[in-house]
Unconditional design. Structure first.
Length: 70
């Protein structure tokens, strides 16, 4: 990511047709980094949150490494 102090993501969510017929179905989705175009698929909101935390934690490590080398 070029600007490590900013991250932008697009989230797409959907449920399979079974949910409309009364069956419990987890939300599914795709997370896309606006900066890199990289995408990740997930199932369930917990998975989305874990993905976001992992991506943002990776950005913090990159920032820390850059600050140490300056």
């Amino acid at each position: 990511m070029s600007d490590l102090s900013y991250a932008s993501f697009m989230v797409r969510l959907w449920r399979e047709p079974e949910a409309a017929r009364g069956r419990e179905t987890a939300w599914q989705g795709e997370l896309e980094s606006v900066q890199t175009g990289q995408t990740w698929r997930f199932q369930g909101m917990d998975s989305l949150l874990r993905l976001l935390v992992a991506q943002l934690a990776g950005s913090e490590h990159q920032t820390s490494d850059k600050e140490k080398s300056s």
